[in-house]
Design a binder for this molecule. Structure first.
Ligand code: GDP
Length: 175
């Protein structure tokens, strides 16, 4: 049995749903008032990937440190994949994704020097007031080097496992 240890980051503006996403993915819960302790920390999830492979995901949430840029080098070190998340009802959180991606690409890279696989997640898709149309997300995704994007709802448990599976698959395909 082969075991992969994958450090995966989750970045994006405050309040887009990052902590909720980690909580849902790792513990299967959604808690409206849940807020992680401030500080960068990781949560662990084991995946039985195939007959021969296990994957241990270390999911690093920026948890309230969004403004403390000095934290980021430690945070990015050794990362092999990234989730960039925004809130579909908040266009400024979408516009900030370009900066999150650029910051990531300037600080994290694979041993061979290429940028790490990154998925763009349009969270809170259960809400009706989308501020960013899907075609704009699609164009942004292509123009900024994300391998794909998905609409997620941590609240409704939509596309959480699917998004992480697709990211893990992408990471393993280039290792
Ligand atoms: P973070 O600051 O990015 O870690 O965001 P949080 O995980 O703390 O979430 C911010 C707020 O958005 C909380 O009140 C969550 O309950 C709420 N939230 C997170 N995901 C969703 C979602 O998919 N749909 C809706 N409607 N609310 C969400």
């Amino acid at each position: 049995m082969k075991e992969h240890l994958l450090k995966i980051l989750i970045v994006g503006d405050g309040n887009v749903g990052k902590s909720s996403f980690v909580q849902r993915y790792v513990n299967g819960q959604f808690n409206r008032t849940y807020k992680m302790t401030v500080g960068v920390d990781f949560s662990v999830k084991m995946l039985h990937w195939s007959d021969k492979e296990k994957v241990r995901v270390h999911l690093w949430d920026i948890a309230g440190q969004e403004r403390f840029i000095s934290m980021t080098r430690v945070y990015y070190k050794g990362a092999v994949g990234c989730v960039v998340m925004f809130d579909v009802t908040n266009s400024s959180s979408f516009l900030k994704c370009r900066q999150w991606k650029q910051d990531l690409d300037s600080k994290a890279m694979l041993p061979n020097g290429s940028s790490i696989p990154c998925i763009l997640l349009a969270n809170k898709s259960d809400l009706s007031q989308w501020a960013v149309p899907a075609d704009r997300i699609e164009a942004f995704c292509k123009a900024n080097g994300f391998f794909t994007w998905m609409a997620t709802s941590v609240k409704d448990n939509k596309n959480i496992d699917e998004a992480m599976r697709s990211l893990v698959k992408e990471i393993l395909s280039i290792q």
